[in-house]
Write a protein that binds this ligand. Structure first.
Ligand code: PMP
Length: 399
């Protein structure tokens, strides 16, 4: 019995059964995680018995809801080692990165040059392009890590930003974030970490990482969709202009002149995702109780078991480093990942097949797509065994 089984149980997750009531071997947690009942309950309460708007109502229920929403901000802040005034609620990591790409130039003026890496998710590429940044691309090492020696050689005083995935959503490789921060700061640039895959899998402490911005999505952390966070250093957020206008982000509005609320409210235009923020706080509680160290160790054991089983098959290519955090990408000679995914689905095994929103990485790997198994707090050895059985069956089908 693995260590995690004593911390959290599959039974906490009502989504992990098929329509026929059989176990569902869900190996697509890197796309989105299943939700524990405590999160479902928190969302149900917030959208039901407790529901009201925030920040405006003079009546008791709204005041309560405002307390709940701001408590959620504190919970998310403490979950990643930040302060509450440094947490901007966003729709997810995508919106968080867009926010920085569009707003940060207001601080740096014309110096819009960003260093990304070859393994970035599209949401850490396209916002920079759309916002008019000049994009440079850091190559990868042989084993699929961001090559920080190359980054050091590439960085110049013209770079205002370095924006890297803390954990790759395809390869599972973990960035040496502290070194990335040192390299960025050495040339006067800021470091944004895309923490989508890191936050559910590793203990994250933004203060220790010494990054400047940290973006993540709630739905990969066992929380609801439609909510995520941007953490930013207070002095940076304070200096950044708003990027979306509307209610709730202002101090005073006039047709001649409008002034804006301080951060983080300045970046939260409109009625926020109240219910989702409260659900995210419940997800932080649930995950923290299980312990991020324990989750990381547990997923590491499942990665090892999966890589060993796949590595023993002579027609399988494994991508990414051995110490991948919770994610195994692979290809089987003669079997398209989509065919594999379809056959595995017949066995109630759910994997991801495709480019994983990382087309430049696929180009680098020389494949149009990979198959990806990714683990979560609820994954166990049975899921790995079902995956391997399904792969063996697929290979028999394809001869
Ligand atoms: N970055 C990484 C590394 C991701 O895995 C994802 C989601 N697949 C994103 C960014 C985008 O997250 P979202 O779609 O929730 O905004």
């Amino acid at each position: 019995m693995s260590e995690i089984a004593t911390l959290s149980r599959k039974a906490d997750f009502p989504g992990l059964v098929t329509a026929a009531g059989k176990p569902w071997h869900y190996l697509d947690s890197a796309a989105t995680a299943q939700k524990p009942q405590v999160v479902i309950d928190a969302v149900t309460r917030a959208i039901g018995a407790d529901y009201a708007t925030v920040h405006r109502g003079v009546y008791g229920r709204s005041a309560e809801m405002t307390l709940g929403y701001e408590a959620a901000r504190r919970r998310v802040a403490s979950f990643i080692g930040g302060r509450e005034e440094e947490i901007v609620f966003t729709r997810g990591a995508t919106e968080a990165i867009n926010l920085v790409a569009y707003s940060y130039p207001g601080v740096v003026g014309h110096g819009r040059r960003v260093l990304l890496s070859q393994l970035e998710h599209h949401s850490n590429i396209v916002p920079w392009q759309l916002a008019g940044w000049q994009v440079d691309v850091c190559p990868l090492t042989e084993d699929g890590r961001i090559d920080l020696d190359a980054a050091e050689a590439m960085l110049t005083r013209e770079h205002a930003m370095v924006s890297f995935a803390h954990v790759s959503n395809v390869l599972g490789s973990v960035l040496d974030a502290r070194r990335a921060a040192d390299l960025a700061h050495a040339v006067g640039a800021k470091l944004l970490l895309d923490g989508c895959q890191a936050v559910p899998r590793l203990p994250v402490d933004v203060a220790a990482l010494e990054c400047d911005f940290y973006a993540f999505s709630g739905h990969k952390l066992y929380g609801p969709t439609g909510i995520g966070a941007l953490w930013g250093r207070a002095e940076l957020l304070d200096a950044m202009p708003p990027w979306q206008g509307g209610g709730a982000m202002i101090e005073a509005v006039g047709f001649e002149r409008t002034t804006y609320a301080p951060a983080p409210q300045r970046f939260e235009a409109g009625t926020p995702a109240i219910v989702e923020a409260i659900g995210l706080a419940a997800a932080c509680d649930y995950t923290a109780k299980a312990g991020l160290e324990a989750i990381h160790a547990h997923e590491g054991r499942l990665v090892k078991a999966t890589r060993e089983a796949l590595g023993a098959m002579n027609d399988v290519t494994l991508f990414g480093p051995e110490d991948s955090a919770g994610i195994v990408s692979f290809a089987i000679r003669g079997v398209h990942p989509h065919d594999l995914g379809t056959i595995l689905d017949e066995e109630d095994v759910a994997i991801r097949a495709g480019h994983h929103c990382a087309q430049p990485l696929m180009a680098h790997l020389g494949v149009p797509a990979t198959a990806r198994a990714s683990f979560g707090i609820y994954s166990d050895e049975d899921d790995v065994a079902a995956l391997i059985r399904g792969i063996e069956r697929t290979k028999r089908i394809f001869g």
